[in-house]
Design a protein around this ligand. Structure first.
Ligand code: SAM
Ligand code: DTB
Ligand code: SF4
Length: 358
């Protein structure tokens, strides 16, 4: 089956660079084999723990070391999250993705509170996703028992370019967390960002790595960098719509059955540009006027776009049945209080050093 094809970098770069009409036609053909082309899954992000992150991801406004407008906040309450989730559900979202500016999950009262959020949102019959940083296998199992539907953990770029953007953890750490999630019933959401100065071979290599994960991730977000003042990537140029279309189409061909998520960067895209991305195989978006900390198109604008294009929001649990929330008393996995030794490569990145000296 095509999902098991071993792609080479030469093949993927050639695919990415095809004349755009051919590339989009090929991707749209694959898309129609596996998906309803008029259906788009709509997800809402909630930043449950904003800012103050110890990591040095060069793109991220939530890293404590960069002087951005983002202020560190405490973990939201379960009630606040529930209220935002209900409002998102009323506006057509079938999934909530809760994001925390953490390096990794630590067992303790904050993780217990997140588990409570997962149980509460699963009872609202919404697909619940979290992105909390690195996870141990036991923590993944606890999230699974709470009823988590998906876990987002991005590879962000190729293994080679990753070292140019992050020095506080390694690519293998990322792959390890994805493997830990895979051992549970939780679906995997993993993708990346384009527009960080990487080349096409890096984009191809990231997609080859994602495509080689078997089973392939159920969801692959493709983000266009949002250059945020104060981060080392503040001066990067906006990604052109053609690069986004090419990236979406190539992702669709390499990962035929995945939900390809047109993620950060939609604020800079016209409806026509987004329509081309949907045609090329994107079938999911983040809705709501904010991503985690940066702007996203207004919900009414997205609803108008859906109407114009004849797109319908996907209902929850169309792809996989709703996970069961196991009562805490019956749960098999408990806090271990582990202190896992995730790596700290600590290599220096020229861009970060220059910024520090300024
Ligand atoms: N701290 C956790 C982690 O890094 O896995 C979860 C939250 S983190 C903000 C989730 C993802 O958001 C990152 O992996 C990255 O792909 C994306 N992201 C962050 N800042 C971005 C930006 N400025 N532009 C585009 N995507 C961004
Ligand atoms: C993903 O790939 N993109 C979303 C979600 N997964 C967590 C986050 C985008 C964040 C953009 C920058 C911000 O708003 O802070
Ligand atoms: Fe922290 Fe995640 Fe931002 Fe990296 S991407 S700085 S880990 S919040």
């Amino acid at each position: 089956m095509s999902t098991e094809k071993k792609w080479t970098q030469v093949e993927v770069v050639a695919l990415y660079n095809k004349p755009i009409m051919e590339l989009v036609y090929e991707a749209a053909t694959v898309h129609r084999r596996y998906h309803d082309p008029n259906k788009v899954q709509v997800s809402t992000l909630i930043s449950i723990k904003t800012g103050g992150c110890p990591e040095d991801c060069a793109y991220c406004p939530q890293a404590a070391r960069y002087h951005t407008e983002v202020k560190a906040e405490r973990l939201m309450s379960v009630e606040q999250v529930k209220a935002q989730a209900l409002a998102a559900k009323a506006r057509g979202s079938s999934r909530i993705c809760m994001g925390a500016a953490w390096r990794n999950v630590k067992d303790g009262p904050e993780f217990d509170q997140v588990l409570d959020m997962v149980r509460t949102l699963n009872r609202l019959d919404m697909e619940v996703c979290c992105t909390l940083g690195m996870l141990t296998e036991n923590q993944a199992q606890r999230l699974s028992e709470a009823g988590l539907y998906a876990y987002n953990h991005n590879l962000d770029s190729s293994a080679e370019y990753y070292e140019e953007i992050i020095s506080t953890r390694s690519y293998n750490d990322r792959l390890q967390t994805i493997e830990n999630v895979r051992k549970t019933n939780i679906t995997v959401c993993s993708g990346g960002i384009i527009g960080m100065g990487e080349n096409i071979a890096d984009r191809a290599n990231m997609l080859i790595t994602l495509a080689a994960l078997l089973p392939q991730p159920e969801s692959v977000p493709i983000n266009a960098l949002v250059p945020v003042p104060g981060t080392p990537m503040e001066a990067m140029e906006t990604v052109s719509i053609w690069e986004m279309v090419r990236m979406v189409a190539t992702t669709r061909i390499l990962l035929p059955q995945t939900q390809v998520r047109l993620s950060a960067g939609r604020s800079n895209m016209s409806h026509e540009g987004q329509a081309l991305c949907f045609f090329a195989g994107a079938n999911s978006i983040f809705a709501g006027d904010k991503l985690l900390t940066t702007p996203n198109p207004d919900i009414n604008e997205d609803l108008a776009m859906f109407k114009t294009l004849g797109l319908n929001p996907q209902k929850p649990f169309e792809k996989k049945k709703q996970p069961e929330t196991i009562a805490t008393e019956a749960a098999q996995y408990h806090a271990l209080g582990e202190r896992p030794q995730w790596s700290r490569p600590g290599h220096s990145i020229g861009r970060n050093l220059a910024k520090q000296q300024e």
